[in-house]
Write a protein that binds this ligand. Structure first.
Ligand SMILES: NC(=O)c1ccc[n+]([C@@H]2O[C@H](COP(=O)([O-])OP(=O)(O)OC[C@H]3O[C@@H](n4cnc5c(N)ncnc54)[C@H](OP(=O)(O)O)[C@@H]3O)[C@@H](O)[C@H]2O)c1
Length: 328
């Protein structure tokens, strides 16, 4: 897919960064989204070394915030008239439960809600491409796990791994729901599990989990190898509206992870939650290749630390189950 336009969330590190640089190397125009300005600038430097400075963009955003994710969708729309591929990679593990200022449990917000918003919010831009796809790099086929329908925000008995596993299952249902709702006739939705890959494993770990991650990293596939199925999928999008695979092998959609009724239920619940989060007036922040971080568009680095009692957090009490404000 030479000369196409690709957007990668979580593109400042790990597989997202690997995919973004690989696509730049093949002639695509690429925008990454990440929360770390220094890593974003390093990505643009790497792009320049590939001779791709003019085709590389960095959008700074904390995707665990709904308002920020909505802003990103708008900014991508000002960068590009169409998107051929949206690659969803942002995630962050937390040993200790945390809640965003909007009142959502952080894993739920970043790993699921932002992907929901990006998937549905980019439909117009994707529809403008010939063979558009959403490639959700998550965990289909990863094993049991459970969705806590009455405690999606893990207010009780939080464990980082359980929350992450639930996020994977929610993304499976996001893909199914997207294919059922058909907001686009063109977009193919791909759920892809890359297997265990030695990435940055972005996270805040307790010592025990840190040790597990370290031994996992030793045995894991290197990034260049781990992203091969992702790159292959981008080169040759599947024909089906929805598909799932693990390390290049197709996964049947007949299993309970892809239950249609559960997907519908999740969609309704998600829309209800999102409707309580007001739009944000935050400043845009986009850097393109070769432009200094401090002076891009006259903008200064925005303060990404959010504080205070956000209005959506107060409204969440009416919905419950997702943050520290409401209970079912
Ligand atoms: N690695 C594996 O073994 C494995 C296995 C199965 C599935 N997966 C899936 O593959 C995808 C990519 O994983 P990876 O291991 O390559 O990831 P990674 O190395 O941990 O990188 C995650 C990326 O997300 C960014 N990020 C974290 N919090 C963010 C936030 N609030 N806003 C915006 N960006 C944020 C990180 O930025 P910072 O550097 O600033 O934190 C980083 O760029 C994930 O969806 C993961 O679930 C990975």
């Amino acid at each position: 897919m030479d000369g196409k336009t690709v957007v990668v969330t979580g593109g400042t590190d790990g597989m997202g960064r690997g995919v973004a640089l690989a696509r730049l190397g093949r002639g695509d125009e690429v925008a990454i989204v990440g929360r770390n300005a220094e890593k974003g600038a390093a990505f643009l430097d790497a792009a320049a070394r590939l001779g791709a400075a003019g085709r590389a963009h960095f959008v700074l955003a904390d995707l665990s915030l709904v308002a920020e994710t909505r802003r990103v969708i708008g900014e991508i729309g000002t960068l590009f008239p169409k998107i051929d591929a949206l690659v969803l990679c942002a995630r962050h593990y937390r040993s200790t439960r945390s809640v965003t200022e909007e009142g959502f449990e952080s894993n739920f917000a970043l790993f699921y809600l932002s992907r929901f918003l990006m998937s549905y919010g980019m439909t117009d831009l994707l529809d403008a491409a010939d063979e558009p796809m959403i490639l959700n790099v998550c965990g289909p086929g990863a094993g049991p796990g459970e969705i806590r329908w009455n405690d999606l925000g893990f207010e009780r008995n939080y464990h980082g791994t359980d929350a992450m596993m639930q996020g994977g299952l929610l993304n499976d249902l996001l893909g199914v729901g997207f294919a059922v709702n058909r907001p686009s006739r063109k977009v193919r939705y791909v759920l892809l599990n890359p297997g265990t890959v030695a990435t940055s494993f972005s996270g805040e770990y307790d010592p025990e989990t840190e040790a597990q991650i370290e031994s996992l990293r030793q045995a894991a596939t290197p990034i260049e190898k781990g992203i091969e199925p992702i790159l292959a999928m981008l080169d040759d999008p599947p024909a089906e509206p929805i598909s799932a695979s693990m390390m290049g092998e197709p996964i049947s959609l007949a299993g309970p992870s892809f239950d249609l009724e559960a997907a519908r239920r999740l969609y309704v619940e998600t829309e209800k939650l999102l409707s309580a989060v007001p739009a944000s007036p935050r400043q845009p922040y986009v850097m393109s290749g070769g432009v200094d971080a401090e002076t891009a568009g006259g903008a200064r680095l925005p303060d990404l630390r959010h504080r205070g009692n956000h209005p959506a957090r107060r409204q969440r009490a009416a919905v419950g189950g997702l943050g520290d404000a409401g209970r079912r």
